[in-house]
Each structure stands twice: as structure tokens, then as C-alpha cells.
Write a protein that binds this ligand. Structure first.
Ligand code: SAM
Length: 281
């Protein structure tokens, strides 16, 4: 019998989008040939009292979403190899289960998300080990920055978050982090301009009638140039989605993804980038 109190989900607007991501990851993870092992995501989808299939259909973006998550995992793993015991700050983490995929037994993990999402996350994951902490608040406020411990290295991640902000909010957030945390890295993704426009005009609706919330921040070459020009940014680099399974994800997309203009269209995977902050002088 599912515990109704524990499995209750009351989210709408941007916080509800975390359920789309979770559902796609879990759908992929159920496959024997999954590109991402994520038993915790499967466990969550099976336990939550939420009409996943009625809202999001069959989960046909499973591999798409899983490859995106895998790219973020690769960056976190690389960081942890270079910075044993470093801190990962996951902004807008929702019900991402990345900690359980990448935990090396030493990483210190800080989740920052809105209060309604944190209420759900902490209800589902009540036994925070001391290395894993969860903070309720907006990534756009300063409070969370006081909890950051960059001494052993710091990786900030913002998967599926920045597109919901206004461009000036994204610029302030990245520039603020670059100023506060010299030498740290931030990995994040975005949507291309055509995608952003569709969400803004309310035309990003699936067959079940679920409408994606507006995503005002879009990434293209001009926007990346603006990010590079922010103070204390040493480098902004594109990350290619990993090779997946089948003719599209395994053969066609990896070839197309070698071409920057094609990557920027966002059809073969949403743009994922990393920003390295300048070291202090
Ligand atoms: C699309 S979900 C992404 C969740 C997760 N990162 C993933 O990739 O599965 C967007 C997340 O951003 C969070 N969010 C929205 N606005 C936020 C803000 N101002 N500060 C922190 N988190 C926010 C939502 O609560 C939700 O968890």
C-alpha cells in the first residue's frame, strides 16, 4: 500500500516540470539497455501519487532526457576525480537523483530549490547524510551562497533551471557566482530561441494537453558571447551530448552534434554549457 501522505504531490507551474524530467529518466532507466542507470528514479515514479502517463504520455523523451542527465553526471564525476571531497551545489535540483548516481562517498552535496519542491524532496529523502543537505530558497536570492564551502573545490550545476529565468536574472546569477566563487565551474543547460518562443506563445503543449511553462532565457551564439563578456568569466564552453542508442541517438545525432550551428538548433539535444570562473588574483 503506498503511503498517501508520503507520496502526495502538489506542484504546478515551473516546479511541476521536475516531474517531467523524473518521468523521462525513469522510463529510460526501466529499459534493459538504458543509457542511464537510475533505479532511484524508477522507485520514485512508482511510489508517487501523480498521473505521470496522463500528463506526459508514454515518456517518449526518455533517452533524450537521460543523455542530458548523463552529460551532467560526466561533468560531476570529472570534477570529483579532480577535487576529492569537493562540493556540488545543485541549483533547482527538483527530484534529480544524481547524488545516488555519482556519489563517491566523499562528495559534499547542497541542493537549492524552491520551498514547495524542497518540501517534497525532503519528504521523500528524509535521511540526509551529513554530506547531503537541502536548502529551501530561490537560486536568485543570496541566502544559499552562505552555505557554500568552496575550499576543496566547487561545482555549481543548474540542470533544467536557467531557461525559466529572465535573461538579466541569468546574467546576474552567473556573474554573482563568478565574483563570489573564483576558480569554480558552473554547468548548465538552456533552450534555443525557437523553443523559447514557442513556450512564450503557449504553443509548447503535448498530446495530453500539458503545457510547458514559459522559458524566457534562450541560448544562441550571441547569448553565449554575452555570457563570455560577463565579469570574472574565464571561459564558456559547449558540451556535446553523449552518444546514445539506436540509429538517431547512436549514429545521426553524434555526427550532427560535431557542428556547432546544428547543436545550437537544439534538435539533437538541448545546449549544455560549462562556465569556468576566473581564479582570484
Ligand atoms: C525542470 S525542473 C529541473 C529539475 C532537475 N534539475 C532536473 O533536471 O530533473 C526545474 C526545477 O527548478 C526549480 N526552480 C524554479 N525556480 C527556481 C528558483 N528561483 N530557485 C531554485 N529553484 C527553482 C523547480 O522547483 C524545479 O525543481
Amino acid at each position: 500500500m503506498p503511503d498517501r501522505d508520503k507520496s502526495r504531490v502538489d506542484l504546478d507551474g515551473v516546479p511541476e516540470t521536475l516531474l517531467w524530467n523524473l518521468y523521462q529518466r525513469a522510463t529510460e532507466a526501466r529499459r534493459p539497455d538504458a543509457v542511464l542507470r537510475d533505479p532511484k528514479a524508477v522507485e520514485l515514479v512508482d511510489s508517487l501519487d501523480y498521473p505521470f502517463a496522463d500528463r506526459f504520455g508514454a515518456g517518449s523523451f526518455g533517452q533524450w532526457q537521460a543523455l542530458r542527465a548523463l552529460r551532467f553526471d560526466q561533468e560531476v564525476r570529472r570534477f570529483l576525480t579532480e577535487h576529492p571531497g569537493g562540493q556540488v551545489v545543485a541549483l533547482g535540483e527538483g527530484l534529480e537523483t544524481q547524488f545516488w548516481r555519482v556519489d563517491d562517498g566523499r562528495v559534499r552535496w547542497l541542493t537549492v530549490d524552491l520551498p514547495e519542491t524542497v518540501e517534497l524532496r525532503t519528504r521523500l529523502f528524509p535521511d540526509d547524510p551529513p554530506r547531503r543537505r537541502t536548502l529551501a530558497g530561490s537560486a536568485l536570492d543570496d541566502e544559499w551562497t552562505a552555505q557554500v564551502e568552496p575550499a576543496e573545490g566547487l561545482l555549481l550545476s543548474a540542470q533544467g533551471l536557467l531557461m525559466y529565468f529572465q535573461p538579466d536574472e541569468v546574467h546576474r546569477l552567473i556573474a554573482g557566482c563568478a565574483e563570489r566563487f573564483p576558480g569554480a565551474t558552473m554547468v548548465f543547460d538552456g533552450v534555443p530561441p525557437w523553443f523559447s518562443r514557442r513556450t512564450l506563445s503557449g504553443r509548447m503543449t503535448n498530446a495530453q494537453g500539458y503545457q510547458a511553462p514559459p522559458m524566457p532565457w534562450a541560448v544562441d551564439a550571441a547569448e553565449k558571447a554575452r555570457l563570455r563578456a560577463l565579469p570574472n568569466i574565464a571561459e564558456v564552453r559547449d558540451l556535446r551530448p553523449p552518444r546514445g542508442r539506436g540509429p538517431l541517438y547512436g549514429a545521426v545525432f553524434p555526427v550532427l552534434n560535431r557542428l556547432r550551428p546544428v547543436r545550437e538548433l537544439g534538435v539533437t539535444g538541448l545546449p549544455i554549457m560549462t562556465a569556468r570562473f576566473a581564479a582570484s588574483t
